[in-house]
Ligand binder design. Sequence first.
Ligand code: PLP
Length: 357
Amino acid sequence: AYNFNAGPSALPLAVLQRAQQELLDFRGTGMSVMELSHRSKEYDEVHNRAKQLLKELMNIPDTHDVLFLQGGASLQFSMVPMNFLTDGRVGNYVLTGAWSEKALKEAKKVGETHIAASSKEENYAYIPANESIQLSEEAAYLHITSNNTIFGTQWNEFPDADTDLIADMSSDILSREIDVAKFALIYAGAQKNLGPSGVTVAIIRTDLLERIPENLPTMLDYRTYSTSNSLYNTPPTFAIYMLSLVLEWVKEQGGVGVIEKRNQEKAGVIYAAIDESDGFYAPHAKKDSRSLMNITFTLPNEEVTKRFLAEAKERGFVGLAGHRSVGGCRASVYNAVPLEACEALAQFMKEFPKYFG
Ligand code: PLP
């Protein structure tokens, strides 16, 4: 199948094959990796390899630590304010879609918040210009969503905020080169570009750990993960193993720079099919905010959309139905989706109006 699901999404075939090969006997242990103790030497290697590969691939400076958590990106919506919305300061949020709204909603339960910019009035069709971001007084941090999975928009240039920048990168981490040093905290649920669901990656500038209040529940305190190498309790070992395989795969491909070029090409062929369709396919995102990960577009009406999805399914394209807040279709073209799948979809998109439009 050509898998265009928004998440969980496609994994590289080579990664799945390797996991299959190793499933029953992990590297000579006679056990599955799932059966290994998280305190064993064999698991330790997997755990540390995943951490080291992420540092290498994302060029993570020594000022930052890599943590493996659970609870998805959704738990980060709560952990961020619990850990950093302290001393009566204000959590600043840029609203660019449903996930930023959810992050804000959780922060409101913890402390004072401020909407620093928003594109809600245009159904989140664009990323607000950096100049339009207005921080509150006493900002604790500025929270952004680097890629908006549902609306299909993505930040091109990150703001130079006069406060700590925190980003939910769940749907575009590892898809392009970024300067990690710009961020105080990056977090991402793994189930798009990193692996299967079950592990959440956080990349945190370690001086932030000093700001954390003393009374937090242990499992909600970033220091617990940082001081224990994310081994305070049983981590999601199988998910971290899969993450390590995905990271090996990215390295084999030539690294994030190579992946980024490929992603530009992949999204490019689909956007071209949209732009050359004389309005048959209407893009949701404004051109300068287009996502390279989630491509959102609508068709002339509901009937045609249904037909399109049914015909697409016949040809093996799955996961193309749009989210209800945008309607129409969404093609998610994460790292593991090959160029060939995007070309095949673009070709189908070109042919479809001739026969069914
Ligand atoms: N943030 C973004 C940008 C997402 O795309 C998603 C899920 O699709 C989430 C957060 C929620 O992630 P999780 O299901 O890991 O809590």
